[in-house]
Design a protein around this ligand. Structure first.
Ligand SMILES: Nc1nc2c(ncn2[C@@H]2O[C@@H]3COP(=O)(O)O[C@H]4[C@@H](O)[C@H](n5cnc6c(=O)[nH]c(N)nc65)O[C@@H]4COP(=O)(O)O[C@H]3[C@H]2O)c(=O)[nH]1
Length: 709
């Protein structure tokens, strides 16, 4: 910082003298001694005054006795114009009266005639020096005023303390920032701002640096007068005197609370899930990385629990995203409650997937206990703002070091174990085993082949008759899909339908089945076979697809098949999902004239009152009850109950999986009018089914007594 030294421009001197020769001589004396001086000359007071007004010289050297206006009168006028002007009077008089007059006017120097040149030079020199000092002081004052205005108006809070840290000055911004006025602050130490959030170690370092003459900069987490916390970016440096001794410290504090909050938000967004506040996958991976290093070093076990919420997608789709979000938040909370607060990490991986890290466990059972605790916790109802819900979860567990030594493997294996748990039903956990890798690989290979199978026309339909046991007529042919893969051979639907469900491929596949079955039925009708229904299975996902009815209607139209010749087989579970929409869709399909039957009846949880609401025509007794119907009283009782129920609801009933004559006779005796099973025919490809249809003489009562075969 440069402080102005006062003499940047040379002074101007006005010399007033009526005697020309004297004027020229003295002018020469002056310019010889002070070559930088700008010299103005006048021959009387009036001229001098005019020049003064015009040029405002710093020094006026004047004779006393002059025509027109004398020196004293001119000096008086000049002093009125500028009291700071330095006036040197040259006079022949040295009586006290004149001198007092001169003092009254404010004349600065008095030089007697005859003029002593040295004396005159010395007097002018003195004037120049005092002009220099005055200018310097004026400019320094101006500069200090500017400086203090800058400090006062600074957008940065400034604190000046003495060497013991006692505050001597704070600027208005400091008051604005902290709420402390300068009266409340001066005489105190800056620790009035301490919040306890900045580690004491930081203050010690600070003092060490500044008392050693260095500059400290860093961040404080301070407290305002009203108790609010704020972040300040601060720099503190010593102020020294000319002898390099520290006399004060000056601190600058800038409020960076908003920036800190923005940083915090960014950090939060980068590492935490915004919906649940749980760590996200990035943070989880980092924490897992550290935990693995620890487990490795201390030879400890570590568990990864991977879980998702059963039926979450369905809840989200049917009850809306708000409920979905609330459920995720509540689940996150419940998961945290099941874990060790200070040790375990519960993270959200995305969607309804959560992942839990249990570092430092004693044995596998400890992970199993946590998994069971979570499953149990999820059996409690979730009370959300607008709805109460039950939801379950399936958990996969992998353990370090047995099931993987790195984050990726452990997560992948826990994920795989979760799928295995899901396959076994709801509310399950499963520990990873190495055989799962192989299964996963097979599943992946199958998934890839399945994606290409439709295009490559590897699917075909087999048909299996449903027979009316009283009339011996085939009332319906159930279409059952088969997949003939060049590498894997013939694959049965139970092996690939669930995969098609999971991957969504069931939608195009189901459409193909429906189109092919309807077209085939029409072909048989055109070939003049007695008309019968063709039954097509609909899986849950297929049934939930949007615009299902439009699709069915369109396919019927394309095949030119009357809707009464189409039967849709739905499992009980299909019906239990999204009840309201199911009833709506079924009504639309039924109103078209399509026959609806419930497959595998008795295995689900349908209640009688629910069934009554649905526009269905047939209940199908599941083959698991038919298989042992002659030997197992419970199975027989269920079959009887279903038949009785169907009768009371005026519904048709059919038993599937009838393989033996005994089964058929027993069911006939129970008044089950329709049957399906190997006893009558296995599912057959089109050509064979056509041959079968051609060979039956209608009505063919050999169905009634298969012993006649
Ligand atoms: N043990 C025994 N089994 C018999 C007997 N009679 C018929 N079956 C078998 O029982 C299954 C009857 O079909 P489902 O219960 O609808 O069960 C079907 C159905 O749920 C599903 N499925 C088949 N085709 C399709 C399709 O095109 N779409 C959908 N979504 N699912 C299909 O795959 C399941 C299995 O189909 P398949 O393997 O063809 O197995 C068929 C059939 O071959 C019998 O007397 N004894």
């Amino acid at each position: 910082m440069n402080i102005p030294d006062g003499l940047t421009t040379a002074p101007t001197l006005l010399y007033v003298e009526d005697d020309r020769a004297t004027r020229e001589l003295i002018s020469l004396v002056i310019t010889n001694k002070f070559p930088d001086v700008t010299l103005l000359q006048a021959s009387n007071g009036q001229e001098g005054l005019a020049l003064f007004k015009k040029h405002a010289p710093d020094i006026v050297l004047t004779d006393m006795q002059m025509p027109v206006m004398d020196g004293i009168t001119m000096a008086k006028e000049i002093k009125q114009l500028n009291k700071e002007a330095k006036i040197i009077v040259i006079s022949a008089h040295n009586d006290t009266g004149h001198i007092i007059d001169a003092i009254d006017i404010g004349i600065n120097h008095y030089v007697l005639k005859p003029i002593n040149h040295n004396k005159l030079r010395a007097v002018i020199g003195q004037c120049m020096t005092s002009i220099k000092w005055e200018r310097q002081i004026r400019e320094q004052e101006k500069f200090i005023r500017k400086l203090s205005r800058a400090v006062e108006q600074s957008p940065v809070a400034i604190i000046i303390t003495d060497t013991s840290g006692t505050i001597e000055y704070v600027n208005p911004r400091f008051t604005q920032l902290t709420g402390y006025t300068s009266a409340e602050t001066i005489g105190k130490k800056p620790h009035i701002l301490k919040s306890g959030e900045t580690p004491p170690e930081e203050y010690r370092k600070l003092w060490e640096i500044i008392s050693g003459g260095g500059e400290w900069w860093g961040e404080f987490h301070n407290r305002k007068k009203n108790g609010e916390l704020y972040w300040a970016s601060a720099s503190i440096s010593p102020i020294t005197n000319g002898n390099e001794q520290i006399t004060h410290f000056i601190a600058f504090q800038e409020d960076i609370t908003e920036r800190k909050q923005a940083e915090e938000t960014i950090k939060q967004m980068a590492y935490y899930d915004t919906l649940t506040g749980l760590p996200n996958r990035h943070l989880f991976n980092e924490l897992m990385h550290l935990a693995l290093a620890q487990a490795h070093r201390h030879n400890r076990l570590l568990a990864v629990l991977f879980l998702d919420l059963d039926r979450f997608k369905h809840i989200n789709d049917t009850l809306g995203h708000t409920v979905g979000d609330q459920l995720l938040q509540a689940s996150a909370h419940r998961l945290k409650e099941c874990c060790r607060r200070d040790r375990d990490t519960v993270a959200r991986r995305g969607g309804d997937e959560f992942i839990i890290l249990l570092p430092d466990i004693d044995d596998v059972q400890e992970a199993v206990r946590v998994a069971q605790k979570i499953i149990d916790a999820f059996t409690q109802v979730f009370v959300l703002p607008d709805i109460e819900l039950f939801i379950s979860t399936c958990i996969g567990i992998s353990i370090f070091p047995n099931d993987g030594r790195d984050t990726e493997t452990l997560i992948k294996n826990a994920d795989m174990a979760m799928y295995r748990a899901k396959e076994q039903g709801r509310s399950r956990y499963h520990l990873y085993t190495s055989s799962m890798d192989e299964q996963a690989f097979r599943r992946l290979t199958m998934e890839n082949s399945l994606r290409k199978a439709l295009q490559r026309e590897e699917f075909s339909l087999y048909y299996q008759p449903k027979v009316n046991i009283k009339t011996g007529q085939i009332v319906c042919l159930e279409a059952l899909v088969r997949w003939q893969n060049p590498e894997m051979g013939l694959i049965l639907p139970n092996q690939f339908i669930p995969l098609a469900e999971d991957t969504g491929l069931i939608i195009p596949l189901g459409e193909w089945v429906l189109r092919t079955a309807c077209a085939q039925n029409k072909t048989w009708q055109l070939l003049n076979y007695p008309p019968m229904r063709v039954a097509v299975n609909f899986s849950p996902r297929q049934f939930q697809q949007p615009r299902l009815t439009d699709m069915v209607e369109q396919i019927l139209g394309e095949a030119d098949l009357a809707p009464c010749w189409l039967e849709l087989e739905l499992t009980e579970n299909v019906m239990l999902q999204n009840v309201e929409k199911t009833v709506q869709t079924l009504n639309r399909l039924s109103n078209l004239g399509i026959h609806i039957s419930i497959d595998d009846f008795g295995t689900g949880y349908s209640s009688l009152s629910y069934i009554k609401k649905l526009p269905i025509q047939t209940l199908k007794i599941d083959r698991s009850f038919v298989h042992d119907i002659n030997t197992n009283a419970d199975d027989a009782a269920i079959a009887i109950a279903v038949i009785t129920m169907a009768q009371s609801l005026r519904l048709n009933v059919i038993a599937e999986g009838v393989e033996t004559l005994e089964q058929m006779k027993l069911l006939d005796g129970l008044n089950c009018p329709e049957m399906q099973g190997y006893l009558f025919s296995k599912p057959l490809p089109v050509a064979e089914m056509t041959t079968l249809l051609s060979n039956i003489k209608w009505p063919d009562m050999t169905w009634k007594d298969p012993t006649l075969h």
